[in-house]
Design a protein around this ligand. Sequence first.
Ligand code: ASP
Length: 345
Amino acid sequence: MKQKAVLVVFTGGTISMVCDPVSGALRPADMDKFKMYIPELFHGDIRIELLSFDPLIDSSDVNPPLWSRLAHIIYDNYSRYDGFVVTHGTDTMAYTASALSFMLENLNKPVVFTGSQLPIGTLRSDAKENLITAIEIAAEQDEDGQAVVPEVCIFFDTKLFRGNRCTKKNAEWFSAFKSYNYDPLAIAGVHIKYYPHLIHYCDPTAPLRLRTKIDQRVAILKLFPGIAEQTVRAILNIPDLKAVVLETYGSGNAPSDQWLFEALSDATRRGIIIVNKTQCVMGSVEMGRYETSLNLLNAGVLSGYDITTEALLTKMMYLLGENEGDTPLVRRLLQTSLCGEMTVE
Ligand code: ASP
């Protein structure tokens, strides 16, 4: 049987840091030292190659140009490897994984993001477990040689999630991520158990397409009891604003003030796309279920169904970038699940 090959791309974050013996501070490890911590990785039956961002960065500094750089790395190396692992800081991993799920169209190989809560060199670190299992998943194929999970996903603390369904939920526990509205694609115990009925498959004959144009003219408007008209208008009047994530209550409800209805209607008339995303982590927006969301529907606001804020924001940036000026198409695609990021009833 042909030896599987996995490319591991290090971007930074806690996983690739070591404790400086003199200062005690965490700093990025150099790659040769990194190999020392997991020597067994390089003597197994998977051929592993490493590629490292230079410098390695905290994920708070990851931005759309870096999403695009990562997508290019995967695209350029696509035919040479069976799968890809991206190590990344946990803080913004869900944004990067979501962005890549849109940028890599027709993906037929695994791109598994992972990271850790403790640096690789510390005794109780979760880095080794996470990295080794992520690599195994990235190399996993069925009897026909097809990737078992040909998706952008996040592996963390025994669970494999769809990347664009994830949220970082805990800064303390090893189980840092959760996919609230979609079950895990696999669970790693003694064996790795995959759930094929939950996995998203593209047409295996369709070639990978790289779609990295991004438009950052988006904003998040989070409602709260007592929010002032001038706060709402200040956001909706940002010069050249193209789209807004409107974070609402419950099943997608907002205060019934006339000024709010008028501010939102005025913005949608000016061509600004507004999508309703509930502040609840579980469940879906149901526009029109209550009078307080019927108003939003009448103001031209779209439903975000059960999408995460991370996926909605990156999807907006991607759709606006790739379909510049075609607002009706962007609106239509925002209501369509492109790669399993939401459940449209
Ligand atoms: N601040 C770090 C980062 O996101 C935290 C981590 O890696 O878990 O890069």
